[in-house]
Every structure is written in structure tokens, then in C-alpha cells.
Design a protein around this ligand. Structure first.
Ligand SMILES: Cc1cc2nc3c(=O)[nH]c(=O)nc-3n(C[C@H](O)[C@H](O)[C@H](O)COP(=O)(O)O)c2cc1C
Length: 580
């Protein structure tokens, strides 16, 4: 059956009770084709451009200290965040929380062109629209001068808005199963921000961005010697209740927030001394009780007018709503597995904070810069979750991700020393090799790429100059061909959805976002630069390797190479607006 016929059949069969069918329908409907882009307004309605900063009017704002790079807590070396146990564990205080948010979600600079000025952040975002909102739930803790409750992070002010006060004993009870000094980090998405520009495809981008934010948060935590794990056993109603997104009256007349995920964050040495299992869910009954606490603030309206509303985003969000709760647990780490011995050392002497602050997306590449094979192999090693290990002993940030990998890389190698240009494939879970091979053109040649370290399942499929092809399938964007290499992230798609359920659909995007975040930073450390690519022609990508049906689908593209600066733009410091 041809791809088109298969997709028609899925559309025809999609019914309201088949939730997986509905998310697959969303996916198919929002593909870009050579002859037709996914549906959107088709122009930018500047008058109604959404405000990138949500505020809760009436909620108390506690500003976090703006810490200079050399102030305590000083950032560890970039290399050390990938070495288990190498970063000294910091206590949870207002200063360390300030660093955590600085590296996870804060402003990183302002850009100025003529009269226009816009902020960039530690987390990247499709179209710089920043649909992702961050929250933190903190209990009463020694050394932390904050009321116990839920706070919304306000990036422009670098402050925490007290959204809800929760009784200290009740919150302590909710967090009792976790290591001491644990707190909860949460993310929501304001889908309107992406839909305003990208229309129906916006739900995909919100989830990519949520994935990047999971990545920035995990990496931020690592700079403080903290651990993090996604609490993905919780049903989405629990996430909604805890983050207050279900409070319909608060959101009357303003853009709603979609509850995405919760994560538990804790100082690493606490779990080691405790040696207890760590649940990956919250007690939903206790969350219900907490949600009866005192809530503050009314969210601001982000656009005056909304023009078109894209119903299919609501449908996909509803179909992928995680209804069931599960009770997975994490085994405490048994010992340290140091990755440093197996990794090619990065050549940076920078500290992690410098790399995080300087991260930017390249707007164009020079078409010349090559990277060495050692640099490339290290990049690939950092995105290998090492499935054979228990979760907490997987390398950062994969220790936060409670699933085996479902994303694999189809790489267009243009300029990597020692590797013949062509098409390569990284199988992130070696068990999946046969499934992946069977999903593609049987005539492809799966040879190990020459010089590849033994622990890296990197295969060489085809030789050839893929620069033009990479650009063509990435919506004709030269950034995919002018770099050193670019790739498509191929997700195990229909099978994994049918197996797990429709709630799995956003997770595939989250995983791709976490992966992209690792490489955004690694590119900076290697003296080059990266850019995420959400715009690509879906099926033409699949046709490159004659992908069968919907077994694998490309979800996100990415490119890394020698950047060319746009000299028309001026850069201003992140918080200059607060100092003047
Ligand atoms: C999910 C995602 C998709 C993106 N897609 C594209 C793209 O197709 N083309 C592009 O030039 N940049 C793309 N970007 C880069 C964003 O435009 C960039 O992150 C944003 O402008 C903020 O700039 P910064 O990354 O330098 O902070 C994408 C970024 C993300 C996170």
C-alpha cells in the first residue's frame, strides 16, 4: 500500500474512541509536503502577536538574585556535568534556585534590529515564540527562604510568582517518599503562542519546546550537583491540578495553559545516602487536597484577538491526554559509573555556565567548517542513553528520562574529518536494529562507520553528497546543507503508539527536544553552533530510505556547523532592562 493510500485509510478509519488513530491523524494532517505546507494563517498577524511573557497579576513576585557568572554558586566545568559524581552537591537555597532557573528558562540576551528588540532564553524555541511556562513547587526547607507552595517562573523579571500557598505539612506529606530537600519542577505550554504563527503544526512545536526545557532543566540541575527524574507516572489531571491549569475561572478570557509534565529534583547525595526507591508519580489524592489551597493571581491575556482557532490542536491535546496513572519507581543508584573514560574529551576548558549562556541557534552556516571525527563521535556518544543500565545510572540527561529511547538519527554527513560524506544512521537502542532495518529499503548497506568507537552503533548507509538533499527536505533551508552535518530524528512511531497509547505521542517530541538540547550545548563546546529545524517535508524525508508505512516517522531535524553571524543585529545583556 502506498504511503498516500495508507494515510487515507487511517483518516477514513479514525473514530472518536480510537485515540491513537486521532493522534496519527493529527500527525498526518500536519505534515509539510513539497506542494503544500501544513495549514496555518499564511501570514503573520503582527497586531496580535502573543506576549512572550505570561504574568499572574495579583500574585506576589519574589525576585531571584541576578548572579554574576563568578558569584556563588559558581558553575562547574562543562565536562564535569557528564561525569557522575564530579559536581559538588549544592543545598537548595534561593541562590541555587536562581542559578537553576537562569540555566533552565531565563533570558540569555536581547537582540536588537532597528526599532525591534526581542529576548533570547537559555531554552531555545521554535520561532522564538516560547510557549513553555515553568513552575516550581517547594516545601518548607531549611535554608530556603520561601513559603511552601507553587510558584510560576517569570523570566523577564527572573522572579517567582506565588501562584498557590500549600499547607507546609500537606506538601511535606506529598514529598515524603522522595529524597530530603526534593522539590517539583513543572512545565506547561501556551499552545496559542505557536499556533499564532505555525497554525496546525503548533502542537508539535510546543512539545519539541517542552522537550528542550526538560533538557535545560536537567542540565541546569546537573551544574548544582542535583538529580532530576520525570514524574511521568502521574496522570495528566494530577499535573493539571498541581499546576493550576484546570482552574477554568482563572483563565476566563485568557489563553489557557496545557499541563505537560512534572519532574522531581533533588540534591544527588541525598538519594545516595538514603538508598530508597524513588517513585515516579505523585499521590493524586494528596494533590487533590493540596489543590484546595489558596491560589493567587490572574493570568494576563497574550493577544487581543485570535483570528483563526485551530481545532485540531485541541483534538490532538485531548486525544493524547494521559488518563491513566502508573506507579513506576526508580532504584537508587548503586554506584558511580563514570562516563569520562569512554567519552572522547571535549576540547573546551569553559565552565558549564559559559556554554549555557552563549548557546544560540545559528541563522546560517559558512559551508566550509569541518569538525573532526573525534568531536562528532563524542556528540553521538552524548545522545546514547545506554539502555543496558538502570535509569539513574544512565548518563545525564538520560537519567531523567524514564523510558528506553524511541528516537534514532538519520544523519547527512557533509564535513566530518575521516568520514566519507553520505547518509549514516545512529541506532540509539541497539535492540531496535532489526526493526529499523526492516522498516527501510532492504538494499541499504549497513556497515559500521569506519573509526567508530566500539560502543557506538553508527552505521554507514550510502556514500554521496547529501548537502542539497538535506536542504531540500528541510523546507529548502540552506542551514541543513551548509553545516558539517545535519540529521532527521526518526521516531518509532505507529507501533510504539499502539503499544503504549496516544499519550505517548507528545513524549516522542519531548525525547527529540532533550536530544537536541544536549547537542545545542555540545556544539558550543566544540566551537561550532547548532540549530533545531522544525520545518521539514515529512514524507520526502521518509522516501530517502524508502521508509515503510508509519513504522518510523521523522519528528525533528537538526544541524551543526560553522556559524555565520548576522552582523546587522546588536546584542544586549540578558537583564539590562532591570538595571537601567
Ligand atoms: C523545535 C524548534 C524548531 C526550530 N525550527 C527552526 C527552523 O526550522 N529553522 C530555523 O532557522 N530555526 C529553527 N529553530 C531555531 C529557533 O528559531 C531559535 O531557537 C529561536 O529563534 C531562539 O533563538 P536561540 O535558539 O538562539 O535562543 C527551531 C528551534 C526549535 C527549538
Amino acid at each position: 500500500m502506498s504511503q498516500e493510500h495508507l494515510e487515507q485509510a487511517i483518516r477514513a478509519n479514525s473514530n472518536p474512541t480510537d485515540l491513537v488513530g486521532q493522534v496519527i491523524h493529527y500527525h498526518i494532517q500536519t505534515k509539510h509536503h513539497f506542494h503544500r505546507y501544513a495549514r496555518s494563517l499564511g501570514y503573520l498577524d503582527w497586531a496580535n502577536q502573543p506576549d512572550p511573557f505570561r504574568r499572574y497579576e495579583g500574585a506576589q513576585l519574589i525576585t531571584l538574585p541576578l548572579l554574576k557568572p563568578d558569584e556563588e554558586p559558581v558553575s562547574p566545568s562543562y565536562d564535569s556535568i557528564y561525569q557522575n559524581g564530579a559536581v559538588p552537591t549544592q543545598p537548595v537555597t534561593v541562590r541555587t534556585l536562581s542559578r537553576f532557573f537562569e540555566f533552565a528558562l531565563a533570558l540569555s540576551a536581547w537582540k536588537k534590529a532597528g526599532e525591534s528588540e526581542w529576548a533570547l532564553r537559555s531554552n531555545p524555541s521554535s520561532g522564538n515564540l516560547h510557549p513553555t511556562e515553568g513552575y516550581v513547587l517547594v516545601p518548607q526547607m531549611e535554608g530556603l527562604d520561601l513559603k511552601s507552595g507553587l510558584y510560576h517562573y517569570a523570566p523577564k523579571e527572573h522572579g517567582l510568582e506565588l501562584r498557590a500557598e500549600f499547607a507546609a505539612e500537606q506538601l511535606a506529606q506529598l514529598l515524603a517518599p522522595f529524597p530530603p530537600s526534593a522539590f517539583v519542577f513543572g512545565l506547561t505550554s501556551i499552545q496559542w503562542r505557536e499556533a499564532w504563527k505555525y497554525g496546525e503544526r503548533g502542537f508539535r512545536y510546543c512539545n519539541h519546546d517542552a522537550g528542550h526545557a526538560i533538557g535545560t532543566a536537567r542540565i541546569a540541575a546537573s551544574t548544582l550537583g542535583w538529580n532530576m527524574a520525570l514524574l511521568d507516572g502521574s496522570a495528566q489531571n494530577t499535573v493539571a491540578m498541581l499546576l493550576g491549569t484546570h482552574r477554568a475561572d482563572d483563565f476566563l478570557g485568557v489563553e489557557p495553559e496545557h499541563p505537560d509534565c512534572l519532574a522531581i529534583v533533588w540534591p544527588s547525595n541525598e538519594a545516595r545516602s538514603e538508598k530508597k526507591e524513588i517513585p515516579l508519580f505523585l499521590d493524586s489524592v494528596l494533590v487533590k487536597v493540596l489543590a484546595d489551597g489558596v491560589w493567587h493571581g490572574r493570568p494576563n491575556r497574550l493577544s487581543q484577538d485570535h483570528g483563526v482557532h485551530w481545532d485540531i490542536i485541541d483534538e490532538a491535546a485531548e486525544a493524547s491526554w494521559k488518563v491513566q496513572s502508573e506507579t513506576p519507581v526508580l532504584q537508587p543508584p548503586k554506584g558511580f559509573v563514570s562516563l569520562s573514560d569512554t567519552l572522547h574529551a571535549s576540547r573546551t576548558t569553559s565552565n558549564a555556565g559559559t556554554i549555557i549562556r552563549q548557546r544560540r541557534s545559528a541563522v546560517s552556516f559558512d559551508g566550509k567548517t569541518a569538525i573532526s571525527a573525534a568531536t562528532f563521535f563524542r556528540m553521538m556518544q552524548l545522545v546514547m542513553p545506554r539502555v543496558e543500565r538502570p535509569q539513574l545510572e544512565r548518563p545525564m540527561p538520560w537519567d531523567a528520562w524514564p523510558y528506553d529511547p524511541a528516537i534514532h538519527l538519520m544523519l547527512f554527513i557533509h564535513r566530518v574529518g575521516g568520514l566519507t560524506p553520505g547518509l549514516y544512521f545512529l541506532v540509539r537502542d541497539p535492540k531496535k536494529l532489526t526493526f529499523i532495518q526492516e522498516s527501510m529499503n532492504p538494499e541499504l548497506n549497513w556497515t559500521m562507520a569506519p573509526g567508530t568507537p566500539d560502543d557506538l552503533p553508527l552505521y554507514w548507509l550510502l556514500e554521496g553528497d547529501a548537502r542539497q538533499l538535506a536542504g531540500q527536505v528541510s523546507c529548502h533551508q540552506d542551514i541543513a546543507g551548509d553545516s558539517a552535518f545535519s540529521f532527521g530524528m526518526l521516531a518509532e512511531f505507529e507501533g510504539s503508539l499502539r503499544d503504549k497509547g496516544a499519550w505517548w505521542y507528545p513524549r516522542l517530541f519531548w525525547e527529540s527536544g532533550v536530544l537536541g538540547q544536549v547537542l545545542y550545548l555540545e556544539a558550543e563546546a566544540a566551537g561550532v553552533r547548532a540549530t533545531g529545524i522544525g520545518c521539514f517535508f515529512d514524507d520526502p524525508v521518509h522516501e530517502i530510505v524508502a521508509m515503510k508505512g508509519l513504522s518510523l516517522q521523522s519528528l525533528y531535524h537538526f544541524t551543526i556547523g560553522g556559524p555565520v553571524e548576522d552582523r546587522r543585529l546588536t546584542t544586549l545583556p540578558a537583564y539590562h532592562h532591570l538595571k537601567t
